[in-house]
Write a protein of this length. Structure first.
Length: 385
């Protein structure tokens, strides 16, 4: 079914077709001309047929542009040789515009290469040879006007076609970039889910293996925590991977700042004593909450993996301008009573940096002079409207 805009364009074409047909019928019925130009002297039925051939095809130029141009060209060529037309090939211009707009470039250029010499030649022959009403210079000027009308209309259509194609390519490029960004986001989500939960599982498994004989109750508690963590990780991964299987599917429940307490609890069970402070974060946009959640999750995962058992301070504060995220740990106690901290490897810190840069924020991370490790992120505030 045609859209309202398409129906409007078809209605305009029908109106133009009827108007041209009526005008050329009038040309065919002229018996004398005030401008001194020759008039059509043939049978009326032939004049009406020429008028119909020139005008009526314009009504379907959007459906068959090339066929319409060739039909109109044949009608106008005949009309020029029989002294019917008294206007510079308006019908051919309308048809040529659609050929430039809708036909493939190679076919469109070929059609123009045929149309221009045929149309200009017919006008010149009709004006200067068959019924000499102009001198050669005047006939050349009339042919040049026809060339300008048809060639200009085709060039306009071809230019519009090129701009539409460029716009379509740009839209496709943006769509592909959005798809790549969405896949990268899903990859980050999977990395955060897997690295965080597997780190907790590894720590608890180590505890269970260490105290299995000496403290069976503690071992059972560690195994229970491993079971709960693995089930939670599997559920999150299923939701995330479901986006890859179902086009347009939502990513599922998006973690927010309410989940920070759960992250802290998980880290505590893995041997990191977390002191969590959250202030001034009400009304944050969903995307910002997810970013803060993942940054804290990754920093705590690094603390569990590289420093447990230790103490970790997590502070998330926001004011009117920015969000401040600071995660510091004391590092793992050494045999001499000092605290040490291994530099984290892998993609954790890189993921935090990428998330911060994506939101136009800043990122700093490194060992503390007094021992341990610190991560500091600043993000611009985005709140819900």
């Amino acid at each position: 079914m045609k859209s309202k805009g398409q129906r409007h364009l078809y209605a305009l074409d029908v109106s133009a077709a009827l108007a041209l047909t009526v005008v050329y019928n009038g040309f065919a019925r002229l018996t004398a001309a005030d401008d001194g130009q020759p008039v059509y002297r043939g049978p009326l039925w032939l004049g009406c047929l020429i008028a119909a051939t020139v005008g009526l095809p314009i009504a379907v130029r959007r459906r068959w542009p090339l066929a319409v141009l060739l039909t109109v060209l044949a009608g106008l060529t005949t009309a020029s040789l029989l002294d019917v037309p008294r206007e510079p090939y308006t019908a051919a211009g309308l048809a040529a515009y659609l050929v430039g707009l809708a036909e493939p470039a190679r076919r469109s250029v070929s059609a123009l290469a045929v149309t221009l010499p045929v149309a200009c030649g017919a006008v010149y022959l009709g004006a200067a040879v068959v019924t000499p009403a102009e001198d050669r210079q005047g006939a050349v000027g009339l042919a040049g006007l026809v060339l300008l009308v048809i060639g200009g209309a085709w060039l306009l259509g071809f230019t519009v076609r090129g701009r539409r194609a460029a716009a379509a390519r740009e839209l496709r490029r943006r769509s592909e970039r959005a798809l790549d960004e969405e896949r990268l986001r899903i990859a980050r989500e999977l990395h955060d889910i897997v690295s965080h939960n597997l780190s907790l599982i590894a720590v608890r498994a180590g505890v269970a293996g260490h105290v299995a004989e000496a403290d069976p109750q503690e071992a059972r508690a560690a195994l229970k925590a491993i079971e709960e963590t693995s089930r939670s990780a599997l559920a999150e991964m299923r939701r995330t991977l479901g986006v890859l299987r179902t086009e347009g599917a939502p990513l599922g429940p998006v973690p927010d700042l309410d989940g920070l307490d759960s992250l802290a609890a998980d880290a505590r069970r893995a041997g990191v004593d977390v002191d969590l402070t959250v202030h001034g974060t009400g009304g944050m946009a969903e995307g910002t909450q997810l970013t803060v959640y993942r940054i804290v999750q990754e920093a705590l995962t690094n603390a569990v993996r590289h420093a447990a058992p230790t103490r970790c301070q997590v502070t998330v504060e926001a004011d009117a301008r920015e969000i401040r995220i600071d995660i510091t740990d004391r590092g793992r106690p050494s045999a001499l009573g000092r605290t040490v901290r291994e530099l984290p490897g892998g993609h954790g810190l890189l993921g935090i940096r990428e998330r911060a840069m994506m939101y136009g924020g800043s990122f700093e991370a490194g060992p503390r002079p007094e021992g341990g490790f610190a991560v500091s992120v600043r993000l611009p505030v985005e709140r819900n409207p």
